[in-house]
Design a protein around this ligand. Structure first.
Ligand code: PEP
Ligand code: MN
Length: 342
């Protein structure tokens, strides 16, 4: 259920409603909107008694939420969520009119390699650096990432180039460290339904980039996001990264139609990853253009200074020169849509 406060409701009135909700043993999630605050209620197994809440001061109405996801849905918050990511060079915004570009290598391999990528993507205009320190690899014999040493390299790159850091946590232990060192916690496709990890991410105080599982429906992606919001972290970005289909001309099939579908169902920003979405570097720039044209709130792109020698995902990593072209093109496309790339 959702308690919609009157536009002129005071903070004390919002607090009193939250306290009443919590006195029933439920959890209150006050989410301020452009014109009014809505309070989502979670934890209720049975219908809540509408009457008692509706009579409280400042309450406009109580409405049952028809969707299984309560906090991520547009019913809860009609306007787009804009996520703010603080970086040493100022805030980066994602959602609404803001299109964010995250770029960098698949994995942190060495300090030199990470710095080479950071320098080039920053020069091309990206303000968020990606790079995995913990790599969920299909084979246990493949490069698994540098772990904590990798996070330290990323933190150094952050200070040197003024970029925000986006990196993946693969379990609760790595999430503790990623939360400490990075600016955005990435939850990968393979962990989209790792519910204990999602709950831990929900208790984190940093934004989360949640990737769609390779065979997950939109509802499953939204329910996974709901796990994070239900624990109190409302700063979640969704990410389409391709799904498994019978097509074999690409590694995955990038499902761009999920972008407007997700935006209709949810107020959360949705990014697109054309690198994992295609698995082929020749296709990344074209699909980046398409993603921005379809309305994506951001891109996450694998860029390596020497893609043929990358320790992971070299086939889908583009060189810095190509990334520069990509940035120029997507900025033009965003402008047509009255959006800005940052
Ligand atoms: C990655 O971003 O490098 C990654 C492993 O992505 P995904 O979880 O989408 O496969
Ligand atoms: Mn990768």
């Amino acid at each position: 259920m959702l308690v919609v406060m009157q536009a002129n409701a005071t903070e004390e009135q919002v607090r009193a409603v939250c306290e009443r909700i919590e006195s029933f043993g439920l959890r209150a999630h006050p989410i301020p909107g452009a014109v009014r605050t809505a309070i989502g209620i979670t934890g209720n197994k049975d219908a809540v008694d509408l009457g008692t809440l509706e009579s409280l001061a400042g309450v406009a109405e109580c409405i049952p939420v028809s969707k299984p996801y309560k906090l991520v849905g547009r019913e809860m918050k009609p306007e787009d969520t804009v996520i703010t990511i603080p970086t040493p060079a100022g805030d980066v915004k994602v959602g609404g009119v803001h299109v964010a570009v995250i770029a960098g290598p698949c994995a942190v391999e060495t300090r030199e390699q990470t710095f080479a990528a950071a320098e080039r993507v920053r020069a091309a205009g990206a303000r968020l650096l990606r790079g995995g320190a913990y790599k969920p690899r299909t084979s246990p014999y493949s490069f698994q990432g540098l772990g904590l040493d990798g996070l330290k390299i990323l933190a150094e790159a952050r200070e040197t180039y003024g970029v925000g850091i986006v990196t993946e946590a693969v379990d609760n232990d790595s999430l503790d460290l990623v939360e400490e060192y990075a600016d955005v916690i990435q939850i990968g496709a393979r962990n989209m339904q790792n519910f204990s990890l999602l709950k831990r991410a929900g208790r984190a105080r940093k934004p989360v980039l949640l990737k769609r599982g390779m065979s997950a429906t939109l509802d499953e992606l939204l329910m996974a996001a709901e796990y994070i919001l239900s624990e109190g972290n409302y700063q979640v970005m969704l990410c389409e990264r391709g799904v498994r289909t019978f097509s074999d001309h690409t590694r995955n099939t990038l499902d761009l139609s999920v972008v407007p579908a997700a935006q209709r169902a949810s107020h959360l920003p949705i990014l697109v990853d054309p690198s994992h979405g295609t698995g082929r570097r020749q296709k990344v720039r074209a699909l980046s253009r398409a993603a921005v044209a379809v309305g994506a709130d951001g891109l996450i792109i694998e860029v390596h200074h020497d893609p043929d020698r990358a320790l992971s995902d070299g086939m889908q990593s583009i060189a810095p020169e190509e990334f520069q072209l990509l940035m120029t093109e997507v900025k033009e496309i965003a402008r047509v849509l009255d959006r800005t790339v940052n």
